[in-house]
Design a binder for this molecule. Structure first.
Ligand code: NAD
Length: 732
């Protein structure tokens, strides 16, 4: 297997082609680095070669380092992992620096061989760090992405990308690419200074070769290697640079609350690197990178957000032996908030949609949602009027069930009422072909019960979207007792078509995501009832890396929905209902007419524009602050364990059948602390024994809801980890 091959040419310019066999996109491996180094050595040592162009044999350049390697890097090193990782990174720096200096005499800056990068398409991570080390970057004009998205998976660019980009653009200008992982298409990348030339795709290599043949000694000297180099925007201890570095530290901390080690390490590498020579800065970058690689959060994030998310999207849990079930014509029943969103994402994915509601106006209103969404896209330059027309043309808004003829999938999103749902199921099935699959978007009603309204329960399934549909990436697929494999395959193929991430769970109250988020919300509200400062609750959650605290979340989803769910759950559970103390707070707020954000009043106050202000003081009058406030860690333990234990119970009860889905679903479904990799990754990080210890303390102080599930107790006793015990063979 050869990833890099060198071709000699009569004009003296060697072409090094990166083309990983059997892969749709190049990714860098240890072997690849060795092969690249051999090619570079050949270029530099052979007098017959004047210079080189590094390009790709695929329509993209490279997707980055092989994340499967990065996730396990620290475990692959024998002996001292920190030393092993650091040495490996320094070797990579050595290779890229060799390309950059290209054999020149460092003193005179003469005698080097020009090396250009020619990027036919997407160039991410090390796929852009390698070009950054060459002397000129050519990119084919396209919509490809160029940049350094490492931060998204809990890393930062550690192959010199951090040091080079900051020295090239300055800390301020480099920040969006390093800190936010922003990527740009070639034309914009050129304007931003990320690439040097954008050329027609068919001229790419020829133009790069021409440049190599005409390059002078001066063209090969990077600004940071030239005499008198000054970092654009200034270094930390200059009047211009100081505010940038200070501001960046404040902004990053405000955004990450200190729970993302990579963001902090990146800042340190940039700050400390800016104070020393380029080669010293590379060493500093390598040290911080090593620290991040050794931190369990980076491997947990890579595993959940990349490897396992990707596996689920590719059908890891799809029933085998069922042919393609891609949806050709979709019926959506109910054109309200959810139905309108489902129609939108489906039409955008090229699926023909019949959108049905009880009245023409309601159906048209649902379709108008797509028009409004596309208009926003046009205003932002992300869509065109033609695309809008084509998308709208795919949606037929009607009240006529006969229009459902020929639909191979129907998703029902009518009122959350079993009677209404039963009626629309029967009406639709009367028109549908025998093969059609019928899905419900219910968020609270058991699928197996609703399936009783269907003449073919094996073809009945739950496809649970989250709101707003166009933004939320998770779709929960729920199997009823009688749901068959073809319905699961159809649902999974549909989710793949609309480019979302599926998890497949078994039927149980609130399925998986809502089942876990409710205890989080309830625990927060319960604490308010106990006299814990509401802001302590909210900040404790944010400091754990949750996007919103439980009280804000309740305001967002609305207090009346909370009341509705509480009443329904109480009716279903009777005496066993455990959340009376939570209802005291929520029902009281509802009585005050404080229905949450939409009413401009809830746990928080809001200004006329609906902007959230502070906690409402009336809340403190009704539920006065207790004299003794808990330690923030205790609040955090309560908020964390409330949901994590629910995830463990869902696994124990067989609602979840794959912990990968439990982790990915938690992050995408309700924003569970992404740095942790999900509830199961977090438990593995702290260890089952520690988790049991925390739960025992919480149970003694706060009650049986924190009792240790048997599964967790067993694992603590045996010293096992969730991924050690439950990860499917092919997964990490
Ligand atoms: P909604 O009230 O906004 O929309 C429901 C729509 O169904 C309305 O337009 C109504 O006119 C229509 N409808 C009612 N009876 C009908 C009938 N007989 N025939 C055709 N249309 C009919 O409600 P929603 O928020 O979109 O929720 C719809 C479903 O999705 C519910 O089952 C809900 O539990 C579920 N859900 C909601 C959310 C959420 O956040 N709102 C999230 C996930 C799932």
């Amino acid at each position: 297997m050869t990833d890099f091959t060198l071709t000699r040419n009569a004009d003296g310019v060697a072409v090094i082609t990166w083309d990983c066999p059997g892969k749709s996109m190049n990714v860098m491996s240890f072997e690849g680095l060795r092969e690249l180094e051999a090619c570079i050595d050949e270029v530099l040592s052979d007098d017959a070669i004047k210079g080189a162009v590094i390009t790709s044999g695929k329509d993209s350049f490279a997707g980055g380092m092989d994340l499967n390697i990065l996730a396990k890097l620290k475990d692959m090193v024998e002996g001292d992992p920190a030393k092993g990782v650091f040495d490996g990174v320094m070797q990579m720096h050595g290779l890229l620096r060799k390309i950059e200096l290209a054999g020149m005499d460092f003193k005179t800056k003469k005698g080097g061989k020009p090396i250009a990068a020619a990027l036919p398409g997407t160039a991410l991570g090390i796929g852009y760090e390698l070009p950054l080390a060459t002397h000129r970057i050519f990119a084919a004009d396209s919509k490809a992405k160029i940049g350094l998205p490492e931060i998204m998976v809990g890393l930062f660019p550690g192959a010199g990308g951090t040091t080079r980009l900051v020295r090239k653009l300055g800390a301020m200008a480099a920040a969006p690419y390093l800190l936010e992982g922003k990527t740009l298409a070639p034309a914009k990348a050129k304007a931003a200074g990320l690439v040097d030339e954008v050329v027609a795709p068919d001229e790419l290599v020829a133009r790069a070769k021409d440049w190599v043949l005409s390059a002078t000694d001066a063209d090969l000297v990077k600004s940071w290697d030239a005499k008198g180099y000054k970092m654009p925007g200034g270094t930390p201890y200059t009047p211009a640079g100081f505010p940038t570095f200070l501001g960046a530290a404040v902004m990053v901390h405000a955004k990450t609350k200190g729970v993302y080690p990579a963001a902090r390490a990146l800042l340190s590498a940039v700050y400390e690197g800016a104070l020393v020579s380029f080669d010293e800065a590379l060493k500093i970058e390598a040290r911080w990178f090593t620290k991040v690689v050794l931190d369990p959060t980076s491997s947990a994030m890579i595993r959940s957000l990349f490897i396992n998310k990707g596996a689920l999207e590719k059908g890891a849990v799809r029933p085998k032996n069922i042919g393609d079930e891609a949806v050709k014509k979709l019926g959506v029943l109910g054109a309200g908030m959810m139905g309108a969103g489902i129609a939108l994402v489906s039409a955008m994915a090229g699926i023909e949609v019949v959108l049905i509601d009880a009245t023409e106006e309601a159906a048209e209103r649902g379709k108008a949602y797509t028009a409004a969404y596309m208009d926003k896209g046009i205003a932002r330059g992300k869509a065109t009027p033609e695309k809008k027309e084509a998308t709208l043309a795919r949606i037929t808004a009607t009240t006529d069930y006969a229009a459902l003829a020929g639909c191979d999938l129907v998703v029902e999103a009518v009122f959350e009422d079993p009677g209404v749902k039963a009626e629309v199921t029967a009406r639709a099935e009367a028109v549908l072909g025998d093969d059609a699959i019928f899905a419900t978007n219910t968020s609270t009603l058991p699928i197996s019960e609703l399936a009783k309204a269907s003449a073919r329960p094996a073809q009945y399934i739950g496809i649970h979207f989250f709101s707003p549909v166009e933004k939320m990436m998770l779709v929960e697929i729920i199997k009823g007792r009688e749901t068959g494999d073809r319905a699961v395959a159809k649902a999974l193929d549909f989710v793949r078509q609309i480019r979302k991430t599926p998890i497949v769970v078994n039927d149980a109250r609130f399925f998986y995501a809502n089942r876990c988020i409710l205890p989080y919300i309830n625990e927060g509200i319960r604490m308010v009832g106990e006299g814990v400062a509401p802001w302590l609750v909210e900040h404790a959650a944010e400091m754990l890396g949750f996007p919103v605290g439980p009280l804000q979340l309740t305001d967002e989803v609305s207090i009346d929905l909370g009341v509705k769910i509480a009443k329904a759950t109480r009716a279903a559970m009777g005496e066993a209902y455990p959340d009376g103390d939570v209802d005291e707070v929520v029902f009281w707020l509802a009585e005050q007419g404080r229905m949450g954000r939409k009413a401009g009043a809830g746990f928080y106050t809001y200004d006329e524009k609906g902007k959230r202000q502070g906690i409402w003081h009336g809340l403190l009058e009704k539920f006065p602050l207790a004299d003794a406030q808990p330690d923030v860690h205790e609040v955090q333990n309560r908020l964390m364990m409330a949901q994590v234990l629910e995830a463990v119970r869902a696994l124990e009860e067989g609602v979840l059948t794959d912990i990968r889905e439990g982790d990915v679903g938690a992050i995408l479904g309700w924003g569970f602390a992404p740095w942790s990799g999900g509830p199961f990754s977090w438990l593995d990080m702290i260890g089952a024994a520690k988790a049991v210890e925390i739960c025992k303390e919480l149970e003694a102080a706060h009650g049986a809801r924190f009792a240790v599930p048997k599964l967790l107790a067993d694992m603590a006793a045996s010293g096992e980890t969730f991924y050690g015990r439950f990860a499917p063979a092919e997964a990490a």
